[in-house]
Design a protein around this ligand. Structure first.
Ligand SMILES: *Cc1c(COP(=O)(O)O)cnc(C)c1O
Length: 412
C-alpha cells in the first residue's frame, strides 16, 4: 500500500539556476501564480486575457491582433504555429545552426512538410545572403528560423530576413524562446509572420506557457484551412477549402476564436500560467524592454569578462552570441561533469551541460531573467573559479571576479 507519510510537502532546495534555462522565477511571478482561480468566462478573467494580449504586443513590438498564449511549454507554441501554418506537402526551409533548428525540422516533418535545410557549423550563424540563395533554389512556402539557439549560444540576425521573405513570397517564422526579452526582436519592423517564445528564459517565469504572435498574413493562411466540424466557428471564420489542421489542441483558428471577441469555447485557459505570463510581461515592461535588453547585455558581458579573466576559452562566434547564455570550453584534463556536481553540491549553483557535437566539450552558463543580476554573476564566477582551482586548473585566484568588476566599472 502507498505510504502517504513518505511523500512530504514539496520543498525543493534553494538553488541558483545559471544554466541555459529554466532559471529562478521572479518572486513576483510566483506570487501572481498563487492567486486564487476564477471562472473561464468571468469578465475579470477575459479582461486579464485581453491585458495579456496587449502586454505581449508591446513585448513583441507588434500591432498583431493575434498575440496570445498557447498553453504548454515553448514547443507547444512551435507546434501550434507549424501544425496550423504548414499544409501537407508544403516546402519549408530551415537554416540549422544548433539543436533547435533540428527540432523545427522534426516538427515540420510530422506536419508532412517537404523539409529542406542549410547547415552552419555549431558556433556560427548564417549570412542573410546564404539564406536568400537557399530560398531562391528551394522556393519554400515557409522559412523556419531559430533566433537564439541555446544549444550553441548563438543568435541568428533576423533583421534582413523579412524583407527577403517578402520578395520571394515566403512566410517567416522564428522561435525566439531563448532570446525574447534579453535581445532585440522587432516583429513588425523585421517582417515576421509568426514568433513564439516561452517564459523560462529571459522572461523570468516557469515553463508552461508559450506567448505567440501572428501576422494578418499568417491569419489568412489559417482561415483557409477546413474546420473539423460544422458550426465550430462563426460565419466570418467559415471553412476554407484547404486541408484541415491535424490537431484540435493546436488549431490556431479555434484558439483565436477563443481569445477573440467570440470567446468560443476551446480549452480551459491555464489560469495560473496566464497569471504568470501576465506578471512576467509587467516586470519587463515596468523596467522598460530596452532596459531589460541592456541589463542582459551588461551582465552577459561581465560574465564573459570574468570567464576570460580566469583564463577560460569561450565557445563560438562572439559577434553573434546571445546576451544571456555563454558557452565555456571545458579545459583539457578537467572533468566537466565533476565541476557541475561540485557547483551544485557545494555552492547550490546549477550550470548547464551540452548536447550533440558539443557534449562534454562546453558548459553553458546563463544569466537571464531574474538571474541577470550582478550578485548572480559574481557568485557563479567565484564558485566556478574555486572549483576549477580545486581540480587543478591554475588561475590566478580571484582573476575572474576582478575581471567582472572591471567590466562592470567600464560598462557603467
Ligand atoms: C529553451 C528553448 C526551448 C524550450 O522549449 P520547451 O518546450 O519550453 O522546453 C525552445 N526553443 C529554444 C530555442 C530554446 O532555447
Amino acid at each position: 500500500m502507498l505510504d502517504i507519510q513518505k511523500f512530504g510537502q514539496i520543498n525543493p532546495p534553494t538553488r541558483l539556476l545559471m544554466g541555459p534555462g529554466p532559471i529562478n522565477a521572479d518572486p513576483r511571478v510566483l506570487r501572481a501564480m498563487s492567486s486564487q482561480l476564477i471562472g473561464q468566462y468571468d469578465p475579470v478573467m477575459t479582461g486579464y486575457m485581453n491585458e495579456v494580449m496587449a502586454l505581449y504586443r508591446a513585448l513583441y513590438k507588434t500591432e498583431n491582433q493575434w498575440t496570445f498564449l498557447i498553453d504548454g511549454t515553448s514547443r507547444a507554441g512551435i507546434e501550434a504555429i507549424l501544425l496550423s501554418g504548414i499544409r501537407p506537402g508544403d516546402k519549408v526551409l530551415v537554416p540549422v545552426f544548433g539543436r533547435f533548428g533540428h527540432l523545427l525540422c522534426e516538427i515540420a516533418r510530422r506536419c508532412r512538410a517537404e523539409v529542406h535545410t542549410i547547415e552552419a557549423p555549431w558556433g556560427e550563424v548564417f549570412d542573410p545572403q546564404q539564406i536568400e540563395d537557399a530560398i531562391k533554389s528551394v522556393k519554400p512556402r515557409w522559412l523556419l528560423t531559430v533566433q537564439g539557439d541555446t544549444s550553441t549560444t548563438m543568435l541568428q540576425p533576423l533583421e534582413q530576413l523579412g524583407e527577403i521573405c517578402r520578395r520571394h513570397g515566403v512566410l517567416f517564422y522564428s522561435d525566439a524562446t531563448a532570446s525574447f526579452g534579453g535581445n532585440p526582436l522587432e516583429t513588425d519592423a523585421w517582417g515576421l509572420d509568426a514568433v513564439s517564445a516561452g517564459l523560462q528564459k529571459c522572461l523570468g517565469g516557469p515553463s508552461g506557457s508559450s506567448p505567440v504572435t501572428l501576422s494578418p498574413r499568417f491569419e489568412e493562411q489559417i482561415r483557409r484551412r477546413k474546420c473539423v466540424e460544422e458550426g465550430i466557428r462563426t460565419a466570418d471564420h467559415a471553412d476554407g477549402d484547404e486541408e484541415m489542421i491535424y490537431s484540435n489542441y493546436f488549431d490556431l483558428g479555434m484558439i483565436m476564436d477563443y481569445w477573440g471577441p467570440e470567446r468560443l469555447n476551446h480549452h480551459t485557459e491555464a489560469t495560473s500560467m496566464l497569471f504568470a505570463a501576465r506578471e512576467c510581461a509587467r516586470v519587463i515592461l515596468e523596467e522598460g524592454l530596452d532596459n531589460s535588453i541592456a541589463r542582459h547585455k551588461l551582465h552577459g558581458d561581465a560574465l564573459l569578462a570574468g570567464i576570460q579573466g580566469m583564463g577560460l576559452e569561450v565557445f563560438g562566434d562572439l559577434n553573434n552570441r546571445m546576451n544571456n547564455v555563454l558557452g565555456v570550453v571545458i579545459p583539457q584534463g578537467i572533468p566537466g561533469e565533476q565541476v557541475r556536481q561540485m557547483m551544485l553540491n557545494d555552492f547550490s549553483i546549477e550550470i548547464g551541460t551540452s548536447f550533440g557535437p558539443l557534449a562534454g566539450k562546453i558548459w553553458r552558463i546563463g544569466t537571464m531573467g531574474y538571474n541577470a543580476r550582478k550578485d548572480c554573476v559574481m557568485q557563479t564566477l567565484v564558485a566556478l573559479e574555486a572549483v576549477l582551482n580545486r581540480l587543478g586548473f591554475a588561475s590566478k585566484y580571484g582573476a575572474g571576479s576582478q575581471a567582472a568588476w572591471d567590466s562592470y566599472a567600464g560598462g557603467q
